[in-house]
Design a protein around this ligand. Structure first.
Ligand code: URA
Length: 237
């Protein structure tokens, strides 16, 4: 249990002073009853409404986002790049400290976990941790079993040698000379998938992450939409 003004400022996206004013103005209710006293105590099991919107007083929150193209997922802005950040999509949640777990390139779409749980973020992205990540890629060129064999051997890059990757060819269009494939990697180096395809002479024109570990992208989410993960999903990440 905590003071209602503290809960509102921790989880409601308002400052402590704003919380006090909103309380005074009768804009806050707890379990259906308006509360005006900033010292009123409430907890996780109470239904707190701030101007009619439910405030979730859980310390850690976990979301699955279908990342849209054009959004950056790094926490550092590139000089001269005014593109929006994926965290901007969560503004109305009013949650402090949200960050994306790992990075996707600006033009990559698909599964991105967003949380304020730093320990989980670290656990999934620390260098020794190999979490399988599967992408669907549309590439320029005709993919063949030779490419599958090359991916299964891994590639040597300037700063590292990639572990074997699984390439599965889904579609080849001989007329337009484009192919669609699914590729699974266990590392997450900068531009890794695009660089692997370049090694075999194919340029990636579309890239979408469809799974990470045993978490699959919920295909009912349109690009830019997100949903909260269930407790079971969080346990199984
Ligand atoms: N590999 C890439 O090249 N880009 C991404 O966004 C993710 C993996």
């Amino acid at each position: 249990m905590d003071r209602i003004d503290k809960l509102l400022s921790n989880y409601g996206g308002v400052s402590r002073a704003e919380a006090k004013n909103l309380l005074k103005a009768g804009r806050v209710s707890v379990n259906g009853t308006p509360v005006r006293d900033p010292a009123f105590k409430a907890g996780e099991s109470d239904e707190i409404l701030l101007e009619g919107k439910k405030i979730i007083t859980k310390k850690y929150r976990y979301f699955m986002l279908n990342k849209p193209a054009g959004y950056i997922s790094s926490t550092e802005k590139e000089p001269g790049d005014d593109s929006p950040n994926v965290i901007d999509l969560f503004k109305e949640e009013g949650i402090k400290g949200l960050f994306p777990v790992g990075r996707l390139d600006k033009d990559t779409t698909g599964l991105l976990i967003v949380t304020n749980d730093g320990e989980l973020g670290h656990r999934l992205t620390s260098p020794g941790k190999h979490v399988d990540k599967t992408y669907e890629a549309k590439v320029k060129g005709i993919l063949t079993q030779e490419h599958v064999a090359s991916f299964s051997k891994g590639f040597d890059f300037k700063e590292f040698s990639s572990a074997p990757a699984v390439l599965e060819i889904l579609k080849v269009n001989e007329t337009t000379e484009y192919s669609v494939a699914r590729v699974t990697i266990s590392e997450g180096k900068f531009h890794q998938v695009k660089r692997m395809f370049l090694k075999v002479g194919c340029e990636v024109v579309e890239l979408k992450r469809i799974s990470m570990g045993n978490m699959k992208l919920d295909e009912s989410l349109k690009p830019g939409e997100y949903r909260e993960l269930s407790e079971d999903e969080v346990k199984n990440i």
